[in-house]
Design a protein around this ligand. Structure first.
Ligand SMILES: Nc1ncnc2c1ncn2[C@@H]1O[C@H](COP(=O)(O)OP(=O)(O)O)[C@@H](O)[C@H]1O
Ligand SMILES: [Mg+2]
Length: 354
């Protein structure tokens, strides 16, 4: 295992696209870092530069403190698994997993030991003699992961490795990746555009958009203290509600936007008129969709209410909802960056503060 560091890392493509714009990353030994961002945000480019598969335009990459910026992939002791991993169809599972070891010239007995170890990480020991076509998609994925890990790389890079699996398999594969990573503690960078995957897997998450790094932090930090409106609306399902107010944008999570009567009387809070347009019952929660009317226009807002709270809510009715002061976030209107603490003088609210 090894630390990974990038310093002011930049990638321009010939077509003037700035795919990666001055990224600083400090990944700890054994850490599981998720790179999260929408399609085209620069995740793959960043990962390929770390892998040594893409030339850097400027900046530095360090592994275990060593400058590897201009070293070829094989000198970096890392392994990468892509979305479209390819197994050798004519080789057995054993042959596939053993391939990187054979290329290194390891004797058969040692190869066998390592293959069995890597296969056991993913519970595929019983399939070693099969050919890839005799396996399910999920099993093939595990073979690809085992092959990538068999030579015990110091850094493990995964680029949307689960996107070819169906939802159920994805959930269990996510679990397996997390478990083996904890067990062998290989420094891991995992790319995804799926915020649920990122929240569930990452020790920390790095959020990218348009080649820029917006925020790096634990899932809790990103959720509770988003650095800007992009992070705030990219995480959570449903994501944070944003409302334009006089001098700034205010934000609050759906689970913090609740009927006034169920919020403790004495707690400082802000109240809003809320016209309900649709109620969705989802078992543990109700999602309540509606509109907050104001002078500056109507804004769509979502409330997430635990089903234990049985307040009746009818469509087309106007209610008073409230958000605790401590759950309210503020963002700059121009830059979208979070303002904290909010300047005392700011006239933020059109709505009543109670
Ligand atoms: N080989 C390339 N040549 C030119 N532009 C590229 C190339 N690869 C990626 N890009 C551009 O760089 C940006 C980032 O792409 P990519 O790193 O693949 O994003 P992501 O993995 O987040 O979807 C996109 O605008 C993409 O079109
Ligand atoms: Mg990509």
């Amino acid at each position: 295992m090894s630390t990974v560091e990038t310093v002011a890392l930049v990638k321009h493509y010939d077509n003037d696209v700035i795919a990666v714009n001055s990224i600083d990353l400090h990944i700890k030994e054994g850490e599981f870092l998720v790179l999260l961002g929408p399609s085209g945000s620069g995740k793959t480019t960043l990962l390929r530069m770390i892998a040594g598969l893409e030339k850097v335009t400027s900046g530095k990459i360090y592994m275990g403190g060593r400058d590897v910026t201009h070293l070829p992939p094989r000198a970096r002791n890392l392994s990468m698994v892509f979305q479209s991993y390819a197994l050798y169809p004519h080789m057995s599972v054993f042959g596939n997993i053993a391939f990187p070891l054979k290329a290194k010239g390891l004797p058969y007995q040692e190869r066998k030991k390592k293959v069995e170890w890597a296969a056991s990480l993913f519970g595929i020991e019983q399939y070693l003699q099969r050919k890839p076509r005799q396996l399910s998609g999920g099993q093939r994925q595990r073979v690809a992961l085992a092959r990538a890990l068999v030579h015990e790389p110091s850094v493990f890079l995964l680029d949307e490795p689960l996107s070819n699996l169906d939802a159920q398999l994805r959930a269990s594969a996510r679990d397996e990746i997390k478990q083996f990573q904890r067990r062998i503690a290989t420094t891991t960078i995992y790319v995804t555009h799926d915020q649920v995957e990122a929240m569930g897997m990452g020790d920390r998450i790095a959020v990218m958009n348009h080649g820029n790094m917006h925020q790096i932090g634990t899932p809790q930090e990103l959720y509770r203290e988003p650095a800007d409106t992009f992070v705030a609306t990219f995480l959570g399902s449903p994501p944070m509600n944003l409302l334009n107010q006089k001098e700034c944008i205010i934000g609050f999570h759906p689970e913090h936007f609740l009927p006034k009567d169920i919020i403790h009387e004495e707690s400082p809070r802000f109240e809003f008129p809320f016209r309900v347009t649709r109620v969705e019952y989802l078992g543990a929660d109700r999602f309540v969709y509606g509109i907050v009317p104001s002078e500056s226009g109507h804004t769509r807002v979502i409330s997430k209410i635990p089903s234990l709270v049985t307040v009746p809510l009818e469509t087309d009715q106007l209610y008073t909802f409230a958000v605790l002061k401590e759950d309210m976030k503020y963002f700059d209107k121009k830059t979208g960056k979070r303002i904290d603490p909010i300047p005392f003088s700011m006239a933020v609210f059109e709505h009543a503060e109670v």
